[in-house]
Each structure stands twice: as structure tokens, then as C-alpha cells.
Design a protein around this ligand. Structure first.
Ligand code: GSF
Length: 203
């Protein structure tokens, strides 16, 4: 398997952490999807990473589809419950975390536009989503060890990737002091080899 990714992409980081936790071998191919000569659309018509190229050459995207597939490849360290409410709950945590990243990226891209073209209303709307999502994650986690209670799952990986992305691109958001439960979870996740190995480069 080959994973087309970018080192700063939180969605790709989620996939790479799942690969590491499942002890799956793969080749990492870095792609700058914003470069004019990017070939990403040959693999993903949407022009986005992460994109997984399977043994038969076919591709799989997006990150949620990829991690769901990877979890079926090996019984090592199941990250998504097989069915029922628990499965839906993990997927909902993932949707919340990925949706928070979507809002972060919308802000990041908006801020790349010339200042006169930026919409303050649009930026506010995205910041509000991030704020509300952090509140929701904080209360959903509560005093539990992990998002789903006692078991480490894809929910924690997805949440860890958002928090890492906030540190990378939104250092001005002091999420730690307002969200002590998330701080406690992140400290624990940050010691895991899969998180250490995939930490985004500081740039
Ligand atoms: C989002 C992927 C994405 O936006 C997923 O895989 O879960 N729902 C998708 N990737 C960004 C890179 S990043 O900021 O993580 C991307 O490839 N953007 C290029 C574009 O044209 O939007």
C-alpha cells in the first residue's frame, strides 16, 4: 500500500497513526497538492490528500473511508467497534474532530487571501465552530480516560490530530486552559509512539 499525504495534514496524520497502531506496512509518498504540477488528481479527482493506493493500483479516499478500511485489515488493536451504538459513537467523535479541522482549514485558507477580500463573518462562523466543538469534546470526554471510556479508539486519534493541528496553526487558541480534560487526554496521547512519529514539522 502507498499513502499519498502531506506531513502537516491532520487528516493524513490520522491515517498514519492508524497505520502505526495497526502495525501495517506502507510506503509514504509526500505530495504538495497546492503545487501547480501536482499529480494528485490522477489518484484522487478531488485533488486532496490523504489518498491510499492499494496493491491493485486502485485508490481510496477520504481519510474516514481509509481508516475504516485499514481497521478491517488486521485484528491487531481494533480501533472501531464492529457495530451498533458504540460504532456510531466512535464515528460521531471522528466527524466532530474532522469537522473541527475543516473549520481550521477554512480559516487558514481564508487568511491566505488578500486582506481586502477576507470575510470577517465567514472567519467568525468558522471560529465559532471550533469553539463549540472544543466545548463538546471537553464535556463528552469528561473524567474518562479516553473518548469512549476505558478503551483507546479512533475517536482519540481523531481528537488528538485536531489538538495537534491547533498547536501547529492556531497557537493563539489557548485550548488547554479552558479544556482541562482535553489537555489531560492530549498529554497521554502525545507519549504514544504513533503520535510522536507523526508529529507535524514545525514550519
Ligand atoms: C479532507 C482532506 C483535505 O481537505 C479527508 O481526507 O478526510 N475530508 C477529507 N486535505 C487537504 C490537505 S490538509 O489541509 O489536510 C487537501 O488536500 N486540500 C486540497 C484541496 O484542494 O482542498
Amino acid at each position: 500500500m502507498k499513502l499519498i499525504a502531506a506531513l502537516t495534514s491532520p487528516y493524513a496524520r490520522k491515517v498514519r497513526i492508524v497505520m502505526a497502531e495497526k502495525k501495517l506496512d506502507y510506503q509514504l509518498e509526500l505530495e504538495n497538492v497546492w503545487a501547480p504540477d501536482t499529480k494528485i488528481q490522477e489518484s484522487n479527482p478531488l485533488g486532496k490528500v490523504p489518498c491510499l493506493i492499494m496493491e491493485d493500483g486502485s485508490s481510496l479516499f477520504d481519510s474516514r473511508v481509509i481508516v475504516e478500511y485499514l481497521d478491517t485489515l488486521s485484528p491487531v488493536g481494533r480501533l472501531i467497534p464492529q457495530g451498533g451504538r458504540e460504532r456510531a459513537a466512535v464515528k460521531c467523535w471522528e466527524a466532530l474532530a474532522d469537522g473541527t479541522v475543516d473549520a481550521c482549514i477554512a480559516i487558514f485558507l481564508e487568511n491566505k487571501r488578500p486582506e481586502a477580500q477576507r470575510s470577517a463573518d465567514w472567519l467568525d462562523r468558522q471560529y465559532n465552530k471550533i469553539k463549540a466543538a472544543l466545548v463538546s469534546m471537553e464535556s463528552g470526554l469528561g473524567d474518562n480516560s479516553y473518548c469512549m471510556g476505558v478503551n483507546y479508539s479512533l475517536a482519540d486519534i481523531a481528537v488528538g490530530c485536531v489538538l495537534g493541528y491547533l498547536d501547529l496553526r492556531f497557537a493563539q487558541i489557548d485550548w488547554r486552559s479552558e479544556h482541562p480534560n482535553l489537555d489531560r487526554l492530549y498529554k497521554k496521547l502525545a507519549t504514544k509512539p504513533a503520535f510522536v512519529e507523526t508529529a507535524p514539522p514545525i514550519a
